[in-house]
Write a protein that binds this ligand. Structure first.
Ligand SMILES: [Zn+2]
Length: 141
């Protein structure tokens, strides 16, 4: 009987800050909002850190990008073969570790090549020639 009386009149629970708690919870809405904000920030910065590490491994390696920028002023490049003759024209889409580049060619294929094997396609001469050929083949007249 005594226990029933106690449960019928529950003591109003207080948060550690002194405000009344949320219904069925252990903290107030203000403290809950603060805790949620801190949780989101931890999550956000954790994701950012992983994303940055991934970028450094896949598309944005700072050392490779600096080496590339010292060699070429444009992302339009030509991949040269063993004899130094141009083989494939494309655009640099990624800077990998160890001086490697991701180059997207006009067929949509991605080539991973060392910086040493590319030359800048100044004026996009080779790429432009390929695109003009495609335009002429699409033109019905
Ligand atoms: Zn509180």
């Amino acid at each position: 009987m005594e226990q029933k009386t106690q449960s019928a009149e529950p003591v109003e629970a207080r948060c550690k800050c002194g405000r009344p708690v949320r219904h069925g919870q252990r903290n107030c809405s203000v403290c809950h909002a603060g805790a949620e904000k801190r949780r989101r920030l931890r999550l956000k910065y954790g994701v950012d850190r992983v994303q940055r590490a991934l970028d450094h491994l896949t598309i944005h390696n700072p050392a490779t990008e600096a080496a590339f920028n010292s060699k070429s002023s444009t992302k339009a490049v030509v991949i040269c073969g063993q004899d130094g003759a141009p083989e494939i024209a494309g655009f640099v889409v990624g800077f990998l570790p160890e001086q490697m580049l991701k180059v997207l060619d006009d067929d949509g294929q991605v080539h991973v090549v060392p910086i040493a094997s590319i030359q800048p396609d100044l004026g996009r001469t080779i790429y432009g020639r390929i695109n003009q050929t495609e335009l002429h083949t699409q033109d019905p007249s």
